[in-house]
Design a protein around this ligand. Structure first.
Ligand code: UDP
Ligand code: MG
Length: 151
């Protein structure tokens, strides 16, 4: 089966605590994207520092670190045509005050510092984030829905 575009989606600690893991997964599943990796981890600062390497000099970086290490996260890899851009659309704008209703952040978040989910912002970013969070690699499997989702 053809290998399609991949993105890195991560349920953040607030969403794990609030019982939103299933809801977020469902949105990607029902769209037709294929789940190829998923786990629960307590991330350490070193990993998060690499993940958010472009933000280390931002004033909110220390609070971002304490937020992201405050509990377990659920990193995942989703596969499908256009999944990077679609993933960002499903999540909504970074600031929940600007996220449309119907998006994950629009429906479940108020504060930018508790915005419930991460999604890669570009295909190259996704490649980097997937290898950072899943050095063990992702699963290969054939979805029986393939021909019902793609022409
Ligand atoms: N963030 C924050 N305050 C800000 C901007 C960002 O706390 O003013 C946090 C927020 O959790 C965001 C993360 O830093 O999701 C990464 O920021 P980025 O600009 O990459 O947004 P994203 O790609 O997550 O939408
Ligand atoms: Mg980002």
């Amino acid at each position: 089966m053809k290998e399609r575009e991949r993105t890195f989606i991560m349920v953040k600690p607030d969403a794990v605590q609030r019982g939103l893991v299933g809801n977020i997964i469902t949105r990607f599943e029902q769209k037709g994207f294929k789940l190829v990796a998923l786990k629960m981890v307590q991330a350490d600062e070193e990993l998060l520092r690499q993940h958010y390497k472009d933000l280390v000099s931002k004033p909110f970086f220390p609070s971002l670190m304490s937020y992201m290490t405050s509990g377990p996260v659920v990193p995942m890899v989703w596969e499908g045509d256009g999944v990077v851009k679609a993933g960002r659309t499903i999540l909504g704008a970074t600031k929940p005050s600007e996220s449309a209703p119907g998006t994950v952040r629009g429906d479940y978040a108020i504060d930018v510092g508790r915005n419930v989910c991460h999604g890669s912002d570009a295909v190259e970013t996704a490649v980097r984030e997937i290898s950072l969070w899943f050095p063990e690699g992702v699963t290969k499997w054939d979805s029986h829905s393939e021909s019902w989702i793609y022409e």
